[in-house]
Design a protein. Structure first.
Length: 478
């Protein structure tokens, strides 16, 4: 017959073997089901199955099967390893229950990773102190005193590091950015790929990693291109020649932006006339993109398309030069104006007796108006006759209730301004450019000279004047 002590040892051995096997099998099935459902608790149970249970079985085997005394060094070492595994499992459980399952926009989801790491460090130190006190019977009072003195020395030696840690905690509680955001910190632009206890790691467009300590970030201005919304507005400036009408240049830039892949149509791009520089009129294009990481490729596509659009629309992209002219004869501007007059004669009706482009100094001038600009204001006197060379304008009149009514559209070759040409009275109508408008402005004296040369011109003016006055009277009496 076996001795009682032998039976006791045999029962403990069988219980450990069967219990460990059953526990591993049961936990394995539970882990499989949790992994299938994508539950974070599966990772904690894996730690329990692979570390905690084997160490527990080994510790019990040494104490109750091998009958090693409690103060034995081997027993204490195994107990220490067991409690380390338990602490590891507890930290994994805490992370799975509190943080891994946290829903978006909750306080658990907003807790910085740095603070979680510091909390884990505190629990590890607390667990270490408990193990030392219970397993090894260590005197923690002396240890605390030694740590207090050491912490002062370490604190003085690691002032910059600790400053970065504290700045990081303050920065991460404020949460001005998170992993995946695009930032500009100082002169560095990149995407946040990691935020740890000491620094932030950015990956630049050149695929370089830049490490910026929290202490430096706290003293810099941070531009976040990903918040509060991912849509980012980009501004690009471009210049066209002074000979290119601004509204045409702006229309070409807007059309080009809308046709460029990656530029959003809503919000719509905006075009601004910025300045009149030495060699060009500078325009600014403001467009929107959905993700800042695409900014380089979108900017490249847009800038490339501007050249082709400029070629199609006869726009000139000037060279960045400054030219000085020393000339004693007629200025180039005067020569250019005379040339324009000559070209404009083709758009003038045959009944207008204007055949001499040298009459520039006799009250004849070319003028340009942008879309939406008023050439003649109702209620303001006008003593000039305008002939449309290019573009269109609309004639409007305001009634007694100050409601504006459209009378007619004035096209190329037609004229306006005849209603108050010789009377000097306030104009009863307004003329507004529909699109970019080019007109030849004739003063009252120039018109008188034309009538003297060709009296039938007065008859043409009178007929059109009478027709338009009837239209105005009809609206004003209604």
């Amino acid at each position: 017959m076996l001795q009682p002590s032998a039976n006791y040892l045999f029962i403990w051995a069988i219980a450990l073997i069967v219990g460990l096997a059953l526990s591993v099998i049961i936990l394995g099935e539970v882990i499989y089901r949790l992994q299938h459902r994508r539950r974070p608790l599966a990772a904690t149970l894996q730690v329990v199955r692979n570390l905690v249970l084997p160490m527990l079985a080994f510790m019990l085997f040494i104490q109750y099967v091998l009958q090693r005394p409690a103060n034995d060094e081997i027993v204490k070492s195994v107990q220490t390893l067991f409690w380390i595994c338990v602490l590891h499992a507890a930290l994994s459980l805490l992370n799975a229950v509190i943080f891994e399952q946290a829903k978006a926009d909750t306080w658990r989801a907003r807790v910085p990773k740095l603070l979680i790491d510091l909390f884990r460090l505190f629990l590890v130190l607390l667990g270490t102190a408990i193990v030392l006190a219970t397993v090894w019977n260590a005197d923690l009072a002396g240890l605390v005193t030694a740590l207090g003195v050491s912490s002062i020395v370490i604190g003085l030696a690691l002032q910059d590091t600790l400053g970065s840690v504290m700045s990081g905690i303050a920065l991460l509680f404020e949460r001005p950015f998170s992993v995946g955001d695009w930032l500009t910190v100082g002169e560095v632009t990149g995407q946040v790929i990691d935020i740890n206890w000491r620094a932030v790691r950015l990956q630049t467009f050149e695929r370089e990693m830049v490490i910026i300590p929290h202490k430096l970030i706290g003293n810099e201005i941070i531009r976040n291109f990903s918040r509060p919304i991912a849509i980012h507005a980009e501004r690009i400036r471009h210049g066209f020649s002074y000979n290119d009408p601004p509204n045409l240049a702006k229309h070409v830039l807007l059309t080009t932006a809308l046709e460029t892949e990656g530029i959003l149509k809503d919000p719509e791009p905006e075009i601004f006339t910025i300045s009149y520089d030495d060699f060009a009129i500078t325009y600014e294009v403001k467009f929107y993109i959905s993700d800042y990481c695409d900014i380089e490729s979108i900017r490249d596509r847009f800038m490339s398309r501007i050249w082709y659009a400029a070629q199609r629309n006869n726009l000139t992209i000037p060279f960045p030069i400054r030219t000085l002219y020393h000339f004693n004869g007629p200025t180039l501007q005067a020569q250019g104006t005379s040339k324009k007059f000559t070209e404009s004669l083709q758009s003038i009706p045959a009944f207008v007796p204007l055949q001499n482009p040298d009459a520039v100094a006799d009250g004849i001038d070319l003028q340009h108006y942008g879309a939406g600009e008023k050439v003649i204001w109702q209620g303001v006197s006008n003593n000039s006759l305008y002939i449309v060379i290019a573009g269109q304008a609309i004639m409007t009149v305001s009634d007694r209730d100050h409601l504006e009514h459209e009378l007619l559209t004035i096209k190329t070759g037609e004229f306006f301004g005849e209603m108050t040409l010789f009377s000097g009275e306030p104009s009863p109508i307004s003329i507004t450019a529909i699109a970019d408008l080019e007109v030849m402005m004739l003063s009252a004296s120039a018109v008188n000279q034309m009538i003297d040369r060709q009296p039938s011109f007065a008859r043409e003016i009178s007929q059109i004047l009478e027709t338009r006055r009837r239209l105005v009277n009809t609206i004003q009496k209604a």
